[in-house]
Ligand binder design. Structure first.
Ligand code: HEC
Ligand code: HEC
Ligand code: HEC
Length: 405
């Protein structure tokens, strides 16, 4: 059988990084390859990083016989460079908004400040000895930011006698595992230092399923995996928020409100589920121990959920119970600000579950979907009745067969 090796492969000596010592790193340093940032300090979910290898840069993946070809099977580079937001993550740092944020925080230039590049241009934080010449010019969130440094597996991964498991053993990240995938994305997509937010950075809110569709995907997932991706993603988002709050001596009310809203949602989802542990608000006041406890619970919850099979029936039943929250939200004596934070987590949940249940679709979304998103205006202008009306309309629309649309 002929082996199809990419041209670039010949640039690298075979097995160059074999036998590197195994290291245990926190998932964050494993993902972001940096040592000093706020983000890297989490100790919780550990991964074993096999031969850590060097970064080869996305040019190493783009040959037309590899991932830069025209056919669906070889078009990953083209999808990424032409459509994926990550291919302009660095360019964002030179726009006016970034300049304003950097000015406010006295960071100098955003495009070279580690406070920004850690997420927007992650190879800047990598030790130079781990960058090949081609990778030195890599600016964006590129292939290896998600798939892991490739030198150790670049040569082998095209061999027909290598299975997916062989590739993963060689150091390619197991992104087919939704827990690993969620950990990869969330490292850049949930926690943001409070001063960045105050300086005008958009708020980050991680949601694995919808954001994968929006990326857009350059891969095919099991069509039945949407609800699970959504749930694993939400658990991992909550774990990160819990971790962030557990480290703060004086967490601000807004961050606690965002955290409580997600606990509220996951409480609704996990109530009565026999295959999952209940995620619920602690009895008594919310204190640091509540966040530490929630971090541990959501991590094992996410890990276990990634191994379950949660198909259309789960999606449909969960969707039903979430849509039934309409009345609770209407009658709740909680402040509108609290309802807003709940709504912010509820809307993507309902949309992802409706899609997973086959009642809505990303390629031809129901018009009411846009309206319910629209009704989620910024906190200051959130109007509970308008939101609830839009939610009711979406619910009503979902009961119609696609043919009625
Ligand atoms: C924790 C990771 C992280 C850090 C640190 C970070 N960003 Fe971002 N940034 C993101 C993500 C993720 C988005 C996309 C958010 C969205 O659109 O929902 C984003 C979006 C943005 C946007 C809006 C995008 C656009 O198209 O206009 C700007 C501007 C921006 N970041 C600038 C900065 C600057 C400047 C810094 C440093 C002061 C910084 N970011 C630090 C993750 C980060
Ligand atoms: C933001 C994260 C991210 C970036 C950046 C990224 N990928 Fe992926 N990629 C994924 C995920 C998640 C999957 C799905 C899991 C899988 O199939 O292994 C995937 C799957 C793939 C697959 C398998 C396709 C299939 O249908 O099974 C290939 C090949 C691939 N990526 C190549 C690339 C290349 C080449 C680049 C750079 C041009 C790249 N990826 C950039 C996250 C990323
Ligand atoms: C190394 C950091 C990093 C990783 C890992 C990462 N992203 Fe991003 N992502 C960013 C930054 C920075 C932006 C903002 C870029 C822009 O606005 O153009 C962004 C933007 C996006 C956007 C567009 C804005 C939005 O939120 O709708 C989507 C969708 C997205 N990422 C999905 C994902 C998914 C899915 C994964 C995991 C498979 C992932 N990202 C992994 C840093 C990252």
């Amino acid at each position: 059988m002929s082996r199809r090796w990419c041209k670039i492969v010949s640039l690298f000596a075979p097995g160059r990084n074999r036998g590197l010592r195994r290291r245990h790193l926190s998932i964050f340093s494993a993902l972001l390859f940096v040592g000093a940032s706020e983000l890297t300090a989490a100790a919780e979910p550990e991964v074993t990083l096999r031969p850590s290898g060097q970064f080869v840069g996305s040019a190493g993946c783009k040959s037309s016989s590899c991932h830069g070809g025209a056919g669906e099977k070889r078009s990953q580079f083209i999808t990424w460079s032409q459509q994926d937001f990550h291919a302009r993550a660095f360019a964002v740092l030179v726009n006016a908004r970034s300049a304003r944020i950097a000015d406010t925080l006295h960071l100098g230039q955003a495009q070279t400040s580690p406070r920004c590049t850690v997420c927007h241009s992650p190879l800047q934080s990598v030790e130079p000895s781990r960058l090949t010449t081609a990778a030195k010019t890599e600016q964006n969130v590129s292939c290896e930011s998600c798939h892991n440094a490739a030198s150790a597996w670049l040569r082998g991964h095209t061999r027909s006698d290598w299975t997916y498991a062989t590739r993963v053993t060689a150091g390619m990240r197991d992104l087919q595992n939704l827990y690993v995938r969620a950990n990869t994305c969330v490292a850049c997509h949930q926690n943001l230092d409070a001063d960045l937010l105050a300086a005008g950075h958009p708020e980050l809110r991680f949601e694995l399923d919808g954001q994968s569709v929006a990326e857009p995907k350059h891969w095919k997932d099991d069509p039945n995996s949407g609800a699970k991706a959504w749930l694993v993603g939400q658990a991992v988002a909550l774990r990160e928020m819990s971790w962030g709050l557990s480290r703060s001596d004086n967490p601000d009310n807004e961050s606690v409100a965002r955290w409580s809203a997600l606990v509220w949602l996951l409480g609704k989802v996990t109530t009565g589920q026999t295959r999952m542990t209940l995620i619920d608000l602690p009895n008594g006041p919310i204190v640091r121990a509540s966040f530490i406890d929630m971090q541990a619970r959501t991590d094992s919850f996410a890990r276990n959920t990634a191994a379950l099979s949660l198909g259309e029936t789960f999606a449909r039943n969960t969707l039903d119970s979430l849509l039934n929250l309409h009345q609770e939200l209407q009658q709740s004596s909680e402040a509108d600000a609290t309802i807003f934070r709940r709504a912010e987590r509820l809307v993507p949940a309902v949309i992802r579950l409706a899609t997973a249940a086959g009642m809505d679709s990303d390629t031809s979304p129901r018009p009411e979907r846009a309206q319910v998103i629209e009704a989620l205006h910024a906190n200051a202008t959130f109007d509970r009745p308008i939101f609830l009306k839009a939610l009711a309309d979406y619910r009503q629309a979902l009961t119609k067969l696609p043919a009625d649309r």
